[in-house]
Design a protein around this ligand. Structure first.
Ligand code: ZN
Length: 147
């Protein structure tokens, strides 16, 4: 304890009293002393409030983080979803235009094969990344619910 009892009482007994770790005789001794000693009464009150605070924060902690994380996760998930949507729309528009343009501009089967082979390869890569993304986002959401 940070302070000593002015009448020389063993203040560790006060915390023992709070935790109900003392023998009946000791407990009685503390009870009698507490009636006389304002210092040890204040100490007991302080220890009790500290104990309650640590107990309640221990219980509240997972709840707090749950409530803190949920809206944040929701917003970032929404932003990520919107981001993906914009990227997909942009890619469809750009690649659609590019494909049409390339098809019109290109001459001969060989040139078309080169252009569309590369493009479909890139599209497949993008698709595989996208498919990887979707299950991970889904499992993130389930993890958030379980917490
Ligand atoms: Zn005292």
């Amino acid at each position: 304890m940070r302070e000593r009892c002015p009448s020389g009482f063993d203040v560790t007994l006060v915390s023992g009293y709070l935790d109900h770790e003392l023998t009946q005789a000791r407990e009685q001794q503390v009870r009698v002393h507490l009636e006389d000693c304002a210092h040890c009464r204040a100490l007991l009150e302080e220890l009790t409030s500290i104990r309650e605070a640590t107990m309640s924060t221990r219980f509240r902690e997972p709840l707090d983080s749950q409530w803190d994380e949920r809206p944040r996760g929701g917003v970032s998930l929404g932003a990520r979803g919107l981001g993906w949507l914009l990227v997909i729309v942009w890619l469809i528009v750009v690649s659609g235009f590019g494909l049409w343009h390339a098809w019109v501009e290109s001459e001969g089967l060989f040139e078309r094969l080169i252009i569309f082979g590369g493009l479909s390869g890139a599209a497949l890569l993008f698709l595989s990344v996208l498919l990887d993304r979707i299950p991970s986002a889904r499992s993130d959401r389930y993890r958030g619910v379980q917490k």
